[in-house]
Design a protein around this ligand. Structure first.
Ligand SMILES: NC(=O)C1=CN([C@@H]2O[C@H](COP(=O)(O)OP(=O)(O)OC[C@H]3O[C@@H](n4cnc5c(N)ncnc54)[C@H](O)[C@@H]3O)[C@@H](O)[C@H]2O)[C@@H](O)CC1
Ligand SMILES: [K+]
Length: 503
């Protein structure tokens, strides 16, 4: 789990290091430039002298980094060239200093992008200082750079990417590699910024969080799966968790099957599916390991379980609504963990009073459409700030919000949020969310000894999202992104957990 920062937080860390700790700004810039040069030279390897590198620099400190990069490459014997964009009168003090040093070393400066064919283009136009939509000259410049051939490297952020939301502010540089400084910026984790950045390297330039501020935003990578608890050697099917999946309706038993499969993949002891009678035979045939309950004795089913999944394929009938309300109410009274998914969320949107049943024991798993119904906001608005939207719903309801999208954000009511870096486009397939609901329930069951009020439900949910994404990546390796189906994700989850075991 790594800290992720907003542009404002990054600027604060910069100025804290410079003003409070007394590290000169030009020292940080030199380190930043050296780190980018190191990455460039790794790639150039033996072909070093043949490289023709164009560093395109803006008038802020991102531009200063670019000029310093060109100068260091020049000193190393590379053919590097500077292109200066923007108004010279707007240059920061650091940028002016870098221009002067580069002039002292006679680093070539061009004012025509096409005076030569370049092997590498370095984008140092805007970094965390980008504040508004890119227009006019800068827009034309970035469009032209995107048309040029050569390896594309962005300094700190691809110019045009909003470092907080990942949005493209008018236009953005399309990078193959982004070397970002000190911390990954949120906009490099969220789409489209994540795609525009290419490979991301976080470089240590000597800027740390030393002000004692609590980090609030994190990225989750596959290596974080080591946080998963080990399976107790002396456990039994009772201690490994009993999941109740309130799922499926007439003609919709697949959702129940997939949700239960997701739960089983995480290693839970038992799964019982509460579903209409007509689903009994298909479910028992497909998944004989699951117990099926088709009675109206909901009280008994509730008492049996440790964790509930409510909603996959349940439909929007009055009967379904009664069931959802019953289980939500009981879970609130008895503090049992709940994953509320799919039609469970649509029913919640239709019954806003049910928000009284929500608390930190509940995980809401809306996709963008369900989130739009729950909040009344348009999908466009939600997509413009995914982390903000997830946090707002968590704060409003007191529940954990897993906002599902190409990059899923999990937010806890206390303001912490986690962005998952696992997963792939092949997971945008029917039933993928049903599997996730079961995986999330399984994650909550992995900590049977911890009372629900002490459980870090948000973090476990974020781990579950990461695991589901890693399972999807595994499925893509085996079946391909086009051919993989939701059931393959559940198998992938089991395989990932197998990798974690020392067996
Ligand atoms: N000493 C420091 O503070 C360090 C800064 N570093 C670099 O400095 C960058 C931040 O520098 P700055 O704060 O100067 O910001 P930037 O260099 O990112 O850009 C700021 C400039 O762009 C202008 N601008 C913003 N949006 C615009 C738009 N849409 N169209 C036209 N002009 C626009 C601003 O008015 C300002 O002149 C970081 O991303 C990083 O690359 C690194 O060298 C590490 C140390
Ligand atoms: K840049």
């Amino acid at each position: 789990m790594k800290q992720v920062v907003t542009c404002q937080e990054m600027k604060f860390c910069d100025s804290y290091t410079i003003e409070r700790m007394g590290v000169p700004s030009c020292v940080l810039m030199e380190r930043a430039a050296l780190k980018v040069v190191e990455e460039l030279e790794k790639r150039f390897a033996g072909e070093y002298k043949k490289q023709k590198i164009l560093c395109v620099c803006g008038s802020g400190n991102n531009g200063g980094d670019g000029v310093a990069i060109a100068r260091i490459l020049h000193q190393h014997g590379c053919q590097s060239t500077i292109y200066l964009a923007g108004n010279p009168d707007h240059r920061t003090e650091e940028m002016q200093r870098q221009c002067q040093i580069a002039a002292n070393y006679q680093v070539p400066v061009v004012n025509n992008l096409h005076s030569e064919e370049y092997t590498t283009i370095v984008d140092a136009i805007f970094g965390v200082g980008l504040t508004r939509e890119i227009k006019g000259e800068y827009r034309d410049l970035i469009a032209e750079l995107n048309e040029m051939s050569g390896w594309k490297v962005a300094v700190d952020l691809p110019s045009g990417v909003d470092g907080d939301t990942g949005a493209e502010l008018g236009i953005a540089f399309h990078a193959d590699l982004t070397v970002t400084f000190a911390f990954r910026k949120a906009g490099l984790c969220l789409y489209p910024g994540r795609k525009l950045a290419g490979q991301v390297i976080v470089a240590d330039v000597g800027i740390y969080r030393e002000d004692g501020a609590e980090p609030k935003l994190f990225s989750m990578e596959k290596s974080d799966l080591r946080e998963l608890p080990e399976k107790e050697a002396d456990g039994n099917k009772g201690t490994f968790g009993k999941i109740l999946a309130v799922a499926g309706s007439s003609g919709m038993c697949g959702a129940a099957f997939l949700s239960a499969s997701g739960a089983f993949a995480t290693g839970v002891g038992m799964v019982k599916i509460v579903t209409p009678e007509e689903n009994r035979i298909p479910l028992q045939t497909m998944l004989p390991e699951a117990m099926i309950s088709c009675t109206d004795d909901l009280e008994k089913d509730f008492d049996w379980c440790d964790v509930l999944v409510i909603g996959p394929g349940i439909g929007m009938t009055v009967k379904a609504a009664d069931k959802v309300q019953f289980f939500l109410k009981k879970a609130k009274q008895e503090k049992k963990p709940v994953v509320l998914d799919a039609d469970g969320l649509n029913l919640l949107a239709e019954n806003p009073k049910w928000k009284n049943y929500l608390d930190s024991h509940v995980i809401l798993t809306p996709h963008m459409g369900e989130m739009s119904r729950l909040t009344g906001k348009s999908i466009r608005e939600l997509k413009s700030d995914r982390a903000g939207a997830a946090r707002a719903l968590a704060a409003e309801t007191g529940a954990v919000c897993v906002l599902k999208d190409a990059c899923t954000v999990t937010a806890a009511p206390d303001g912490r949020a986690w962005i998952s870096l696992s997963g792939n486009a092949g997971m945008a397939t029917a039933g993928s969310g049903d599997v996730l609901s079961g995986v999330l329930a399984g994650m909550q069951a992995m900590y049977p000894e911890t009372p629900v009020e002490e459980k870090d439900t948000g973090f476990y949910a974020a781990l579950g999202v990461l695991l589901h994404g890693a399972g999807g990546d595994q499925a893509a390796v085996r079946k391909g992104m086009a051919g993989m189906k939701a059931g393959d994700i559940a198998c992938g989850v089991a395989e990932i957990l197998k990798e974690q075991q020392n067996f």
